[in-house]
Design a binder for this molecule. Sequence first.
Ligand code: UDP
Length: 331
Amino acid sequence: MKVLVTGGAGYIGSHVVRQLGEAGHDIVVFDNLSTGYRWAVTYGELVVGDLADDAAIEAVFRAHDFEAVLHFAANIVVPESVANPLKYYSNNTRNTLNLLKAVERHRVPYLVFSSTAAVYGMPAQTVLTEDLPLAPINPYGASKMMSERMIMDLAASSALNYVILRYFNVAGANPEGLLGQATPEATHLIKVACECVTGTRDGMSVFGTDYDTRDGTCIRDYIHVEDLAKAHVMALDYMASGGESEVFNCGYGRGFTVREVIDVVREQSGVEFAVTETGRRAGDPAALMADNQRITGKLGWKPDYDNLDVIVSTALNWERIWQERRSGESR
Ligand code: UDP
């Protein structure tokens, strides 16, 4: 398929581009390089542009006859979204609208959208199904929920088919060390812990030890980025073979506590980096795990990396590579 990948130079997008390239798809990446990198685009053509720019979007859609759009480009930092909500409604929601206008004008049949478990907010249950009510508790989650809704409404009024993927906690890196999370000022647990190992950070905090979980720290469903990338490739195949528009959770359906994750990073690295126990971070539910029956059943998706040791070892391997490389890298 001829596919447009927005945000294809970023962490998740770049892993998906690689798998799409390996599967023989013809790829155009559209990325403003705000957090992504040229080197991360390992297949296809990179068009540097911004989804706020309608003319730039139109130009790329005119130049190519896309059969599918995979839309990753977004800001993803929850605390930043609380401090600067309009950045999120602009870059995530409004720019998705801009993209959808082009999708409609050019009658692109298939769309895969990067959504998040943050659309569920603070649910009462710990294992989440896709049909739970959406109740995001921060602008990031709301910006994605609103984008989902626009996609669903456009699909209802046109021939567009979509797959919305709600990501749980994405971590890990390409096992050959070719790609990984290179975003500066990352806030996600496994990335932060790996930066402590390489000395990029002096230490880290555990946000809350008084949750009602097995060790008092929050439980999350960590999914390896290569398994998540595979779900995108399968979503395209699913739609191309007539699959109906659908929303899928992307997670393994099991979880690890913050302490368990930190212990694995310390054990694997042998580095006893400093860990400070601090108070809860606002808006953190005690435990979140994906019910993944829908994606395993309808897409036939099966994980290859459902193993915290593998997630951490690939993340650590990448962090060491990136630590060496990044001083000489430009976007
Ligand atoms: N967390 C932590 N210290 C950090 C970063 C994260 O204790 O430096 C905790 C956070 O409070 C949450 C879990 O790790 O319970 C996962 O957080 P992350 O930001 O990675 O992802 P989220 O679940 O918020 O999407």
